[in-house]
Write a protein that binds this ligand. Structure first.
Ligand code: TRP
Length: 332
């Protein structure tokens, strides 16, 4: 039986952290077993807000690609590619722009929100307005069924389905209506207890060397009521404990919870167990990252091959779209 298609992309707009790994990337990895997966780096999307710093886009793209592969995305199982290496996305974006009412794009909630958020940047551009339409092209060009994304992307999936429906009604039933895959993940807290995020400066990055990871955990916030070693604590108030719930064994979780409540163990003891487990979790990734960084030729080989594969599939869809929209010229 033909496998259903999963597609997702990430913008190369900054370093990935532990929260991205646990919340998104690991899910992508596990989907590889059941679906035919397409995973890509959305470098054009990064340009919509980052057009003033092209050099950063390139650097970030390389890093992100390394993270993708080190986390376990496997080029033998999935198609891994770069958006701008598959220009068919751009052509489909253009063709879809003919049938997309302006109001639909202006009404996407992320359009106004992002403009507010990035008020210092001039993003009153055509490209930025078209962001969700480009995303639509990314998805439907592979006739994807599922799109694993965070909740923030749901409005983009909604407009994607609307546009797919409009195309199907106007021309021919070609595109499935893709559904978001919102898998529930434990929220990964940052070192200050708030959600781990680049913008809070509280993240443990996948590119952090072990000593930095250790340092970050050692200085992490714990239950503020536990000022002295002899004070009893409430593990539920400590972000360190939240991380234990993700990375430690059930036994260890019980043990540190009890030790915290009774003050039998100190915060540093508790953190040491966490450090050991996070190291164990990250070590294979670190190893693969350093191998890949030392072999960029292989890295690009993988992504060129992936992009060729993606292009073939994208072209199949696009040739049907061209024909349906009156653009097939025989004899030339
Ligand atoms: N907009 C997505 C984000 O910022 C990235 C993205 C671009 C994407 N095209 C996509 C995600 C297609 C899923 C499918 O996270």
């Amino acid at each position: 039986m033909k496998k259903e298609i999963v597609l997702s992309g990430m913008q190369p707009s900054g370093k990935l952290h532990l929260g991205n790994l646990v919340g998104a990337l690991k899910n992508w990895v596990s989907l590889q077993e059941r679906y035919e997966c397409f995973y890509f780096l959305a470098d054009w999307h990064a340009l919509t807000t980052g057009y003033l710093s092209p050099e950063i886009i390139k650097e970030n793209s390389q890093d992100l690609l390394i993270n993708f592969l080190a986390a376990g995305l496997d080029p033998n199982k999935s198609t891994i590619f770069i958006q701008s290496m598959v220009p068919q996305h751009a052509e489909l974006h253009l063709l879809l722009s003919m049938i997309t009412p302006l109001g639909w794009l202006e009404r996407v909630p992320t359009f106004k929100e992002k403009q507010e958020e990035l008020r210092g940047k001039d993003i009153s551009t055509y490209g930025f307005l078209g962001y969700p339409l480009l995303q639509t092209a990314d998805i439907i060009i592979y006739r994807a069924n599922y799109v694993p994304v965070g909740i923030d992307q749901v409005p983009h999936l909604e407009i994607c389905r609307e546009i797919a429906r409009r195309f199907n009604n106007l021309y021919k039933d070609l595109f499935p209506e893709p559904q978001p895959l919102l898998t529930e993940f434990p929220k990964v807290p940052g070192v200050d207890g708030r959600k781990m995020s680049k913008s809070y400066d509280n993240a443990i990055y996948l590119s952090d060397p072990p000593q930095i990871v250790e340092q970050k955990i050692k200085t992490m916030m714990t239950d503020p009521a536990r000022k002295r070693r002899t004070d009893k604590g409430d593990p539920e108030l400590s972000p360190v404990f939240q991380l234990h719930k993700i990375f430690s064994t059930d036994e260890e979780i019980q043990e540190v919870a009890k030790g915290c409540r009774t003050a039998d163990i100190g915060c540093l003891d508790c953190k040491k167990i966490l450090i050991k487990n996070i190291f164990k979790y990250l070590e294979p990734l670190w190893e693969r990252q350093s191998k890949l960084s030392g072999n960029l030729d292989e890295l690009y080989e993988i992504v060129f091959t992936g992009s060729q594969k993606a292009m073939k599939r994208a072209e199949e869809t696009l040739s049907i779209v061209r024909e349906l929209m009156g653009l097939r010229y025989k004899n030339i």
